[in-house]
Design a protein. Structure first.
Length: 384
């Protein structure tokens, strides 16, 4: 019979579900369940397999609407499609949350530094998974990523980092065959402008900081390892972790030989003043690290809180630990150090990174501007 609303609702209930096929559209039918639920189905052959797929429940759609949908699906079958297999694949497709986990375990863990892994994992856990984690990988659109980025506009730096991590992750999804190539949804999303921090210590601030180093050592409020770590950061231009995790086996009379750093293996020049600081540090049997922590066999893990205390005493509350590296680069440039040489000392991959660190002091800039203006004024005077 031709299925209609009346005929479908009039079909009797049985102990087990059964299907009545439509007499108009071949392969279109309705399944009657013992619970009285009625669902429309289609049945077709794909290769040598018979497939059956549910279209929808009787009630929300009318019988005629389901018949039209059945014709469309069966028409696709005639053109070689397999709608049942496509639906199963879609339902079983991994979510973005699953992609985040795979990206971290199969890519970041093997190709990135531990600190990079920590940053990526934090961005994905705090920002990406809560907003987009339930989405299927193939269903994430540019509008979804743009909304996530916009929602983080009050934290532009974190928003840009999350966008960067997403971009890398979707590139890997394409390589793994989880998205069509060229469909990265982060493309053409404009990053927020990030204001570059230009902070370094003036000569007077360096003197004040040095005086506080002596004072905290004298009164015992900070350990020799803490103070030595900050002094070494200033005298070598090293990154925080390069000093905090430094081992005695890497210390030589003229240099530090780091087997691994942010940019790989590094050989860092060691000034005599820095060498003397190192030689004055007490060692602990069985502990290979230079800057000792509270744990017997480990290095120091917290330099932030000691730094907050020391900088407060020196009235330098806006200075970060990383600004000690800025100061090193700025002093180097003021002393005429070649930028290419400074790039090697600081361990940068690109010269542009070095130039961002090398902030000249206001006094030096003022002096240079005065010299230029003086020469131009003299020329103008001769013309007059």
């Amino acid at each position: 019979m031709r299925l209609t609303k009346r005929s479908v609702e009039g079909l009797p209930l049985k102990a087990e579900s059964y299907i009545i096929w439509d007499g108009d559209v071949k392969g279109f039918g309705v399944r009657i369940y013992p619970s009285s639920k009625r669902s429309y189905v289609i049945q077709y052959r794909s290769g040598k397999r018979t497939r059956r797929m549910t279209l929808g429940q009787h009630g929300p759609l009318t019988t005629d609407e389901d018949r039209k949908l059945a014709k469309l699906q069966l028409g696709d079958v005639a053109r070689g499609a397999d709608p049942s297999a496509e639906r199963q694949h879609q339902q079983q497709a991994p979510t973005l949350a699953a992609l985040c986990d795979r990206f971290l375990s199969e890519y970041v863990e093997h190709h990135c530094k531990p600190k990079t892994y920590e940053n990526y994992e934090g961005a994905l856990r705090r920002h990406v998974k809560p907003k987009l984690g339930a989405y299927l990988i193939a269903d994430v659109k540019r509008a979804d990523v743009a909304a996530l980025h916009l929602g983080m506009s009050q934290s532009p730096y974190q928003a840009n980092r999350a966008l960067m991590v997403l971009s890398k992750m979707f590139n890997m999804a394409e390589d793994w065959g989880l998205r069509e190539e060229g469909t990265n949804p982060t493309r053409r999303i404009k990053k927020y402008r990030e204001l570059e921090r230009k902070r370094y210590l003036t000569d007077d601030e360096q003197y004040r900081l040095g005086r506080e180093f002596d004072d905290v050592l004298a009164d015992g409020s900070e350990s020799i390892y803490v103070v030595s770590a900050f002094k070494l950061l200033m005298l070598t231009g090293c990154r925080r972790n390069e000093i905090a995790t430094l081992k005695w086996e890497s210390v030589h009379y003229t240099h530090l030989d780091l087997p691994d750093s942010k940019t790989g293996r590094r050989r860092i020049p060691l000034p005599r003043a820095a060498y003397d600081i190192l030689m004055a540090l007490p060692r602990r049997d069985g502990n290979p690290f230079v800057i000792l922590g509270k744990t017997e066999h480990r290095h120091i893990t917290d330099l932030e809180r000691p730094w907050f205390r020391i900088r407060a005493r020196a009235n330098l509350t806006d200075v970060r630990i990383h600004d000690l590296r800025h100061t090193y680069a700025s002093v180097a440039m003021q002393n005429g150090t070649d930028p290419f040489m400074l790039k090697e000392i600081l361990g940068h991959k690109n010269l542009s990174t070095t130039l961002r660190y090398a902030h000249l002091s206001d006094d030096a800039v003022q002096k240079a501007a005065g010299q230029i203006a003086h020469r131009l004024a003299a020329t103008l005077g001769s013309v007059a």
